[in-house]
Design a protein around this ligand. Structure first.
Ligand code: GLN
Length: 540
């Protein structure tokens, strides 16, 4: 069966919550029994998000099948509670790569290869493919960036053609910012009107407008937007600031967005509407016990860099009825033993990362947690540096390090293992995606997961050096999970309240109603809930 398409564009500014709106709509339609999928289209030339600095683009989200994608795919997974794949993130880089590959193969022999039709055809075929992979009845296609960006034009042209090819089967939703002037209490709709004009200039008439503002839209602004954008007032929706993005589905549901979409696309839902995030949000608000968690990393100035970890803590918080209070700590600031800021933390997470900046600060944070018996979770780089810290300060291996930072270290406790990683080039060459982990029976990790076989998603290049495993274990740092081919996946420290290192990123699989077992166990230990680690309930 052919899918219907909802194309979501953005206007005025980027980061106005298009991803959250798309994900919310996905959730509402899915809950009505429709098979849905979501596609993020990113007009940049990078083939994937893997080589981008988190400061510029926020977190790189990793799917089960190991694609390094835009963080919006994380929103889609968390809100709609479905797995994304490499087909769900289309970039200009992927499209051009494919077009040029076909040209070299002689697939367009004799023709001049052009944006229209060759690039636009490729875009359409990638969108259809993503939809077919899920056998979707409804496919939500979010176009990254803002209308008017030069890179976005071929993509807008492609979706314009999709409408032409299937008049009844495609609708356009435009999400744009409406500025709120505090001084006068006015909502300024002019930039939104201009962004719609820009869309119409290229042949796209939005069916639905979502005005994103600090405050709810008043009737006069709604009427004005409707008039100037050629949309009926009942098709103008308001998305306003709330303390948690999980509230956005409720906001849109209350205004009936899903019903308008269903009637426009003539869909036949199976169920009455439901919104499982509603009770999640009320639980989130009602939990009163606060637990202070320090997150130590290198990209902490942009909170979006670690969005899945922050969310995993919130999901675990709701399940445990505690409220994680997050304190972001710049690793570099801890260097030279300036760890006072960690004093009040009830739990410490050392975050993932790359390169040498802030590494000694992260190691200080591990040491603090280990020596002061503060619950500790090291994720990926945080795990590797916990191994380094242990080697140096417990095993007394002076100068122990990861070869990522010190290629000449006398004790390369973390290093690239020949044969395990393709080391040529940077794009897509890490250990990526979901892999099976064998958990040691009777370990803390075993209690946490309640299983000896689990899968978590990976994104790293360096591994614990097998030559040091025996020494680490003799010193008390137990290996409690290994990959199929024996690589170290989890470690835990004997005799500590909670000290776990994780090579994979369990946060990628955490969802509001299925929190990650590791994050739950860590948060439970931080909040001093008893029994500390037997919290595997509710996990997937
Ligand atoms: N830099 C480390 C590696 O490549 C850790 C990566 C990470 O934290 N995601 O192995």
């Amino acid at each position: 069966m052919k899918s219907k398409y909802i194309v979501v564009t953005g206007g005025v500014l980027s980061s106005v919550g298009k991803g959250t709106v798309s994900a919310s709509l996905g959730l509402l339609l899915k809950e009505m029994g429709l098979r849905i999928t979501l596609v993020k289209v990113d007009p940049y030339i990078n083939v994937d998000a893997g080589t981008m600095n988190p400061y510029m683009h926020g977190e790189v989200f990793v799917t089960e099948d190991g694609a390094e994608t835009d963080l919006d795919l994380g929103h889609y997974e968390r809100f709609a509670d479905i797995d994304m794949s490499k087909y769900n993130n289309i970039t200009a880089g992927k499209v051009y790569f494919e077009v040029i590959r076909k040209e070299r193969e002689g697939k367009y022999l004799g023709q001049t290869v052009q944006i229209i039709p060759h690039v636009t055809d490729e875009i359409k075929s990638m969108i259809h493919k993503a939809s077919q992979m899920r056998d979707a009845q409804v496919t939500i296609v979010e176009i990254g960036g803002t209308v008017g960006d030069i890179e976005g034009l071929p993509f807008l042209e492609a979706v314009r053609q999709m409408k032409l090819e299937d008049e009844e089967g495609v609708i356009f939703v435009h999400v744009a910012l409406v500025e709120y002037l505090k001084a006068t209490g006015e909502l300024k709709t002019k930039p939104l009107q201009h962004s719609v004009q820009e869309l119409r200039r290229i042949g796209i008439q939005p069916d639905i407008i979502i005005a994103r503002a600090e405050v709810p839209l008043d009737e006069e602004s709604r009427r004005k937007i409707a008039l100037f954008t050629n949309v009926k007032p009942e098709f103008v929706f308001s998305s306003y600031d709330v303390d948690t993005s999980y509230e956005v589905p409720s906001i849109l549901q209350r205004q009936g967005l899903h019903r308008k979409v269903i009637s426009k696309l003539q869909l036949s839902p199976l169920n009455e509407e439901r919104n499982p995030l509603e009770s999640f949000v009320s639980k989130m608000r009602s939990s009163s016990k606060e637990v202070k968690i320090a997150l130590v990393g290198k990209y902490v100035k942009l909170k979006d860099s670690y969005i899945s970890i922050r969310e995993a803590l919130y999901h675990a918080g709701v399940a445990l009825d505690v409220r994680p209070k997050i304190k972001w700590i710049e690793a570099e600031e801890l260097e030279g033993g300036k760890v006072d800021v960690l004093e009040e933390a009830e739990g410490i997470i050392v975050l993932p990362g790359f390169g040498s900046r802030g590494v000694e600060g992260k190691i200080e944070a591990v040491r603090f947690a280990r020596e002061k018996d503060v619950p500790f979770l090291g994720i990926c780089y945080g795990f590797q540096l916990a191994v380094v810290e242990f080697a140096r300060n417990v095993l007394g291996l002076r100068g122990a390090h990861t070869t990522e930072v010190d290629a000449e270290t006398p004790h390369p406790v973390v290093t690239v293992l020949e044969g395990h990683h393709p080391v040529k080039g940077m794009g897509g060459t890490m250990r990526l995606g979901a892999q099976t982990i064998h958990i040691k029976e009777g370990s803390i990790l075993h209690k946490i997961y309640g299983s000896v076989l689990v899968t978590e998603r990976h994104r790293h290049r360096y591994e614990v050096n097998p030559n040091y495993i025996k020494k680490l274990e003799e010193g008390g740092l137990t290996v409690s999970g290994v990959s199929d081919n024996g690589l170290v996946e989890f470690v835990e420290l004997k005799g500590h309240r909670f000290f776990v290192g994780s090579q994979p990123h369990p946060e990628y699989k955490s969802r509001p109603l299925h929190p990650s077992p590791i994050y739950m166990a860590f948060l439970a230990a931080s909040a001093k809930l008893e029994p500390e680690v037997e919290v595997a309930v509710g996990s997937r």
